[in-house]
Design a protein around this ligand. Structure first.
Ligand code: SF4
Ligand code: SF4
Length: 212
C-alpha cells in the first residue's frame, strides 16, 4: 500500500502515523473473516453492479476518515478526488468515490470504510439477537438466503454490530461519525496541518489548524 507507506513515513512519530497504522491493522485483521464469510455462503455481486455505492454515502469515524485522507493526499488522482469531495453537497446521494469504470466501482477501494467492507460480507441480527443475512435489494440471489445456514456454520460469525464496536474502540468507544466527504476533507486538513509543521515547504494543503 504505497500511499500508506508514504503517509506513515512522512508523518513518522506523530499521532497521525499511529492512528493510520491502527485503522489499517484493524481492516487487515478482519478481512480474512469477511472473505471467508462470502466464500462459505457463496455470496457474490454481479461484476457490473455497484448500485450500493451509487445510492449511498457512508457516515464514518475519525479513524476511517484519516485513512481515506491519507489515500487521497498520497495516492493516485489526488486533485480529482479532492475536487469530488469538495463538490459533494449535503443533498448528494452518490458516494464521491464511486466510479462505474473503476475496479469494484470504488476509486479508493483499499481504504474503503468499514460499512463498505461489511455489506454482504457478514451477518446482522434481528431484535432477539438471532443472526441473519444482510439482504441486498439489488441482488435477487440474496433474498433466497436462508438464515438457518448461519446457525449451522462451524465458524465464528460476527455481526455488523460486533465489527462496529471493534471499529469504535479505535476512537474512544462511542465516537462521533460524519458523512464521508466532510469527514475526509477535515482529515485532509489535519494531515496538511501536520505536514506544514513538519515540512515548511509543503504548502499545497491548508495551514489552518483543523483542531482549533
Ligand atoms: S452489494 Fe448489492 S448493490 Fe452492492 S455491488 Fe453487491 S449486489 Fe450490487
Ligand atoms: S467508499 Fe467506495 S465502496 Fe464505499 S460507498 Fe464509496 S464508492 Fe462505495
Amino acid at each position: 500500500m504505497k500511499y500508506l507507506e508514504t503517509a506513515i513515513e512522512m508523518l513518522e512519530d506523530t499521532e497521525i502515523s499511529s492512528e493510520l497504522k491502527a485503522i489499517y491493522d484493524f481492516y487487515n485483521s478482519i478481512q480474512p473473516e469477511l472473505d471467508g464469510f462470502r466464500d462459505e455462503f457463496g455470496l457474490t455481486c454481479p461484476d457490473e453492479c455497484g448500485e450500493c455505492c451509487a445510492h449511498f454515502i457512508p457516515d464514518i469515524t475519525k479513524s476511517e476518515a484519516l485513512l481515506l485522507g491519507a489515500r487521497v493526499l498520497f495516492g493516485e488522482r489526488k486533485s480529482f478526488l479532492q475536487d469530488r469531495l469538495q463538490e459533494t453537497s449535503t443533498e448528494a446521494i452518490v458516494c464521491p468515490f464511486y466510479d462505474a469504470r473503476s475496479k469494484h466501482h470504488c476509486m479508493i477501494y483499499s481504504a474503503r470504510p468499514l460499512v463498505c467492507r461489511l455489506f454482504y460480507s457478514c451477518a446482522t441480527t434481528d431484535k432477539s439477537g438471532k443472526l441473519k443475512f444482510c439482504k441486498c435489494h439489488f441482488n435477487a440471489a440474496s433474498k433466497k438466503l436462508s438464515d438457518d445456514k448461519l446457525a449451522s456454520s462451524q465458524k465464528t460469525i460476527r455481526s455488523v454490530g460486533e465489527y462496529g464496536a471493534m471499529l469504535d474502540s479505535l476512537d474512544g468507544n462511542s465516537p462521533e461519525t460524519e458523512l464521508l466527504p466532510f469527514a475526509v476533507l477535515k482529515a485532509i486538513s489535519r494531515i496538511g496541518y501536520a505536514l506544514n509543521l513538519l515540512f515548511s515547504e509543503v504548502g499545497s494543503v491548508t495551514a489552518e489548524n483543523p483542531e482549533a
